[in-house]
Design a protein around this ligand. Structure first.
Ligand code: FAD
Length: 455
């Protein structure tokens, strides 16, 4: 039986970051990974989609460069090249993670791990007929795509007509048309790429809006922009069946059929705990997610769960931070997880980035809040760089404390600006203090200063 101080199951952002942190603290660590180090994020999530979207952005800028004095002829997109570049980027980043594990003396075990029980010395884990034991266990097994019980979906997945985000990132040839089932963040990013490069994209969404819990004005604006570019949206629509070359959905009590070359199913993700052996040590789950507290502890002392598997936020940067907190708890360093200032981004073009409460969520929580909204045309940099853009920034301010509780941005660089807004929320400084922050000029980020002065 191999002995460790900490066993980490899952080598995604939660797992590899936990392993790195624990390793650099001098603990003897093993991380188990059954597919590929880097997890969903590096191999089939955050990074691959962003390489795709960057190619789409370059293509779109080139196509529409006329008014900026840039003209080019015979502009084409080579999708196979986009995919091979994506693979190169993934290889580079996965190699970087491997290097980090080596630097921190973490043993990487490329196998599926199963928790088998506990003894006086710790928790036992089995992988490839070997036994391992450690007094501390960090579960970071992530999530998998949800597959709803739709007639014909299983057959569609088997034939390749239907794909999840995993398979679609590897297709070498663009389909002529694509139906995206689910207009959440992943669905929209994929729809954005495929639509920009010329595929006829239709999004079918069950809710009456796209982009999930995003600020409703941002959701509407984003949809409007993509509709103008030719994307078709069917909201409040439930897909009922998938055929060989079509899908059926119900909208306003009427059944509709769309013929399509390919289908992407992106209706959410569920925590991955199948075959993990949680029951052998009695780890408590609720609707499939491992229940954790503010130190990422489960109900079993010594067992932690970080990242998508606890179902709290399902974002890579949340997984990183949760891993820090779990390891800090193990080594006795004071820390705790807060979820109030977790930024979220939709990397469409334009980007949407948010942190904190939306106007709607503040209202639902009974917070007496005001919202202040300005177009990005208040930013010189934005006007210089974007032709007739309809970006905007919305702040949500608590009237009682005069503190910023939400920031929502739609426009260029939103993803890069939002961490500054998260810092503003995290530090809980009143608006009067925030007005003293100096922003570089000209930048799109200055819009936050501008809105603060309108607050
Ligand atoms: P994962 O990355 O899912 O890693 C878990 C790992 O555990 C997997 O590699 C799995 O193989 C392994 N594993 C599972 N069970 C076992 C076992 N029994 N034994 C050994 N290994 C096991 N998030 C963002 O923040 N920004 C984005 O832009 C973004 N884009 C995304 C785009 C797509 C298409 C998708 C699908 C997701 C995206 N996400 C994004 C979400 C992000 O990928 C996840 O939040 C993140 O990967 C979660 O990290 P994790 O460590 O919890 O789990």
């Amino acid at each position: 039986m191999k002995k460790y101080d900490v066993i980490v199951i899952g080598g995604g952002p939660g797992g590899y970051n936990a392993a790195e942190r624990a390793g650099e603290s001098g603990l003897k660590v093993a991380v188990f990974e059954k597919r590929a180090l880097g997890g969903v994020c590096l191999n089939e999530g955050c990074i691959p989609t962003k390489t795709f979207l960057n190619s789409a952005k370059i293509y779109s800028h080139t196509l529409h460069g006329d008014s900026f004095g840039v003209t080019a002829k015979d502009i084409t997109i080579d999708h196979a090249k986009v995919v091979s570049r994506k693979q190169k980027v993934v290889r580079t980043l996965v190699a970087g993670v491997k290097m980090k594990m080596k630097q921190n003396k973490v043993d990487v075990i490329s196998a599926s791990a199963e928790i088998t029980g506990r003894t006086d010395e710790g928790f036992t884990v089995k992988a490839d007929d070997e036994e391992y034991i450690a007094p501390k266990l960090i579960i970071a097994t992530g999530s998998v795509a949800s597959i709803p019980p739709i007639e014909g979906l299983k057959e569609g997945l088997e034939s390749g007509f239907v794909m999840t985000s995993r398979e679609i990132l590897d297709i070498k040839k663009l389909p002529e048309s694509l139906v995206v089932i689910g207009g959440g963040v992943i669905g929209l990013e994929m729809a954005c790429y495929f639509s920009t490069v010329g595929v006829k994209v239709t999004v079918v969404e069950m809710l009456d809006r796209v982009a999930g819990n995003t600020d409703i004005d941002m959701s509407r604006t984003l949809m409007d922009i993509y509709q103008k570019q030719g994307m078709i949206f069917h909201l409040s629509s439930a897909v009922t069946a998938i055929g060989k070359d079509s899908i059926k959905f119900i909208k306003d009590d009427k059944e509709n059929t769309i013929r399509t070359d390919a289908v992407l199913i992106s209706v959410g993700r569920r925590p991955s705990t199948e075959g993990l052996g949680l029951e052998s040590i009695g780890v408590y789950t609720e609707r499939g997610s491992i229940v954790t507290d503010e130190y990422l502890r489960t109900n079993v002392p010594g067992v932690y769960a970080v990242g998508d598997v606890n179902g709290k936020s399902m974002l890579a940067h949340t997984a990183y931070r949760e891993a820090d907190v779990a390891v800090n708890h193990i080594i006795g360093k004071k820390d705790r997880m807060r979820y109030e200032a977790v930024p979220s981004v939709i990397y469409t073009n334009p980007e949407v980035a948010s942190v904190g409460e939306t106007e709607q969520s503040a209202r639902e929580k009974g917070i007496d809040a005001r919202t202040v909204n300005l177009p990005l045309s208040y930013s010189g940099r934005y006007v210089a760089e974007v032709d007739r853009g309809n970006g905007f920034c919305k702040l949500v301010i608590d009237n009682k404390t005069n503190r910023l509780i939400g920031v929502h941005l739609l426009g260029s660089y939103a993803s890069e600006i939002i961490y500054g807004a998260a810092l503003m929320l995290e530090t809980e400084l009143p608006v009067e203090q925030l007005k003293k922050v100096i922003f570089p000029h000209p930048t799109v980020s200055e819009i936050i200063r501008e809105v603060l002065f309108h607050a």
